[in-house]
Design a protein around this ligand. Structure first.
Ligand SMILES: *Cc1c(COP(=O)(O)O)cnc(C)c1O
Length: 406
């Protein structure tokens, strides 16, 4: 008998899908995170664009506490007044007519795909199932979402690519025109890519997408899970472009400011197939999530907050281009939109994140050897100045390391 070699059990009893730093935090306030030992860090990743209103935002905390005392959960078979209130608030603020609340971004993406396919089915075109996505895109980690995402590595070992998903180069209009045909259901795109490295689609490209969709009867899905809800300095990133509204849009992340909630929004026309029994969720849109979501959207839709984002973003862009001139051997490019900022590096991005952590600055990684700044939208100009000082130190450390390695 041959003994099967034992697979070691990790000491933390967690599946090893993350490469975590040993850093742990005990509490947060605004843009600061504190370890149990009381060490403070400046948080310029905000739970990957989730804590848009900062940590322990008093309004969100109060909304959650008030609701927690009253009612946590009923079922979606009952009327949930908070859902109706939040759906009204969201649809008043954008192109959409109807909303379905989910618990996460990936679930919102799943639903967007269902909405699109079902709409064509309802209109007598069941063959229209193809979802066209773009390289470098990220739409979440469920089976459908990894098939829609533009990163082959997410699919490895999880079976063949599902039928009905097509990947094209980001920004290549000719390739897209050639690919759209009688079996196309929808195009899914992040107006500003997040995980892929803060690449922004050009205005002309988004307009052309809309036009192509109109001509071919294709639905346009925006994944604004990361770039939406104020992150770019407009409530939704697509508002920067005239004449490029979607038919369907996914949001999540900032929607709950740290409480898990997502949403799929659509025009009534696009959602016409979503009739009784076609979708559901146990937790989606429960009273706790809706109470926090309402408080968050109340803040995120304030013109003062959006103006503040544009101001702080302008400061970052200016200062970062200064750093790029100072450290051309470290910084290759600065890109993104608003407070979704990508810094493409010439030195390894993982190392750079550590250099930043050494300065007690937290930043996110990203595709294409980028690091991303995704601070709370409430980050003050003083805090932005502090972040730039720490980034300068990180650039110096990266330069020293690159020199000693060569
Ligand atoms: C984070 C993210 C998702 C996935 O959201 P989850 O809540 O992790 O499922 C999808 N799309 C984009 C653009 C994202 O940034």
């Amino acid at each position: 008998m041959t003994a099967t070699p034992a697979v070691p059990v990790p000491a933390d009893h967690l599946m090893g899908v993350y490469s975590r730093t040993p850093l742990a935090f005990e509490r947060g306030e605004g843009a600061r995170l504190y370890t149990a030992q009381g060490e403070a860090y400046l948080d310029c990743l905000a739970g990957i664009a989730v804590n848009a209103l900062g940590h322990a935002n008093p309004k969100l905390v109060q909304a959650l506490k008030d609701q927690a005392d009253k009612l946590w959960h009923v079922s979606n078979i009952f009327t949930i007044p908070g859902q109706e209130a939040l759906a009204t608030k969201l649809t008043d603020a954008c192109f959409a007519d109807v909303v379905f609340f989910s618990n996460s971004g990936a679930e919102a993406v799943e639903l967007a795909i269902k909405v699109a396919r079902r709409r064509h089915w309802a209109k007598g075109q069941p063959e229209r199932i193809d979802i066209i996505g773009f390289d470098g895109s990220f739409h979440g980690r469920t089976i459908a979402a990894i098939n829609a995402s533009g990163n082959e590595s997410y699919l490895e070992g999880f079976g063949p690519r599902l039928p009905g998903f097509i990947q094209l180069p980001f920004g290549d209009l000719d390739a897209l025109k050639a690919a759209v045909g009688p079996t196309t259901a929808a195009i899914i795109i992040e107006p500003v890519q997040g995980e892929g490295g803060a690449r922004s689609a050009s205005d002309a490209y988004l307009k052309a997408l809309r036009q192509l969709c109109d001509e071919s009867g294709t639905l346009l899905i925006y994944d604004e899970i990361q770039c939406g809800l104020g992150r770019t300095g407009k409530l939704f990133a697509h508002e920067w472009v005239d004449g490029a509204l979607p038919d369907i849009m996914c949001i999540a992340k900032a929607l709950g400011g740290g409480f898990p909630v997502g949403a799929c929004l659509a025009t009534a026309e696009a959602a016409q197939g979503m009739t009784f029994g076609t979708h559901g969720s146990t937790y989606g849109g429960n009273p706790l999530a809706m109470a926090v979501g309402l408080a968050a959207v109340e803040e995120l839709t304030k013109p003062e907050l959006l103006a503040h984002v544009r101001e702080v973003a302008g400061y970052f862009v200016q200062q970062l281009s200064g750093l790029q001139e100072q450290f051309p051997d470290v910084i290759e490019d600065v890109r993104g939109k608003g407070l979704l900022i990508g810094i493409k590096l010439k030195t390894p991005n993982r190392e750079f994140m550590q250099h930043a952590r050494d300065q007690h600055l937290l930043i996110a990684g990203g595709g294409d050897n980028c690091v991303r700044l995704l601070p709370p939208l409430t980050l003050t100009l003083d805090e932005a100045r502090e972040a730039i000082g720490k980034l300068e130190q990180a650039c110096s450390a990266a330069r020293v390391r690159a020199k000693s390695a060569s």
